[in-house]
Design a protein around this ligand. Sequence first.
Ligand code: HEM
Length: 404
Amino acid sequence: MIEWFPEINWMRSILTLLISTILLLYWYTRIPSSMPRNIPTVPIYISLLGLWSDMGQDTIYDRWLRQPLETHGAVKIWFAGRWNVLATRPRFLVDMFRHEDVYAKAGSQKKIPWSVIAALALERPNQRLEELQTIIKKTLFKPLFFNFPDLDRYPFLFRQRKAAFTIMQEFGDLLCTTVLQRTTHQKGTNQNPDGDQVVDYLDRALKENRITEEQYRANLKVTFLTAHENAQQLLNSTFWVLGTNQSIQQKLRAEILATGTENPTTDLVNSLPYLFAVILELLRLYPPVSQLINRVTTSQSVLGGEITIPNHTWVGWNAFGAHTDPNIWGNDCREFIPERWGSDVKSIQGAVRSKTTQCHFIAFNAHSRKCLGQGFAVLQVKILLFEMEEWEDLSEVQCMVFLN
Ligand code: HEM
């Protein structure tokens, strides 16, 4: 009889540990009672799929998010260690984007200040910069730490996260040194000695004490990383679509060759409607920023007059969902049809303006906090596609080479 006691004690400890873990997990992942009740909840395991599956975001969206979002326009979803409100219905998006005072944009440095991703913005030439950029992109979006950013509080337990913080520091230092050491020639042009690049604006803001040194560094890092990343994503989908769709490629090529020049000036590329429409269609079906939850309510609010959201709740949007909702874009919304944007530059520009204002098209966001690099990014891709005019029947295989 006595021999059984240690065994019972041991089992009791295991049971206690198990129950405590379950209770802790329940407490950590429970939906706060103040969250809106008139929108559905996406089961938490959907957000965690990345931990064990390599299912694409589009597949996940189609299987689990499309139906509730197209029906209700918004859902409660687990992301970055908390429950958030995610919206796709244009009415909700217009309200969210127009009222920056209520749905205030706030980055990871506010949401999860201790995390690796926040190190992009908080403080704790060249090949190395690019290497670091690649490592950082892989590090930031590791599903385990992305969904449970609280784990980033304990870098001493996770050696890879400790290394990630070190890399962030090295990246910030190297980027700042590179920018500060750029030559006078690089700093400005003869026509504009003050310089008109993003970095020149930042320099002036720092010099005039409009921003702190910490904000200067944070802005440099975020601009460098995200501007590169988004443009790169757009190029990836460009190669994919052109490689798998010969008729679009040929039509585009014919438009470019018809210009009879090899010099892609800004005015020239901006005068080509099909080129513009192809890029917009790429941004619609493959939005580089497909989902973002980076706004926080500053008071209790009623999103779109329908969804009561408590103060200090994180809200966001899903561009892929808004761009592929048949209620907005029609039954052919999943097809790549550049012509839907219009047939001449003026009508295409009008379509972009109105679809952006109505939040049918949010690849660059809309209203007060829309992308500041939008024009530059589109111009970049227009020039690139023009320069590739010598491509003859770019095959799927060649596109895969570019992608790699
Ligand atoms: C295809 C390329 C790009 C896409 C799809 C894109 C998309 C976006 C989106 C969706 C936002 C809003 C983010 C939010 O709501 O927090 C944004 C913001 C911003 N983007 Fe871009 N972007 C691209 C390229 C660029 C480039 C090349 C630059 C700079 C050279 C740039 C600079 C900015 C800045 C400064 C903001 C912040 C605006 C603000 O918060 O007021 N972007 N971008």
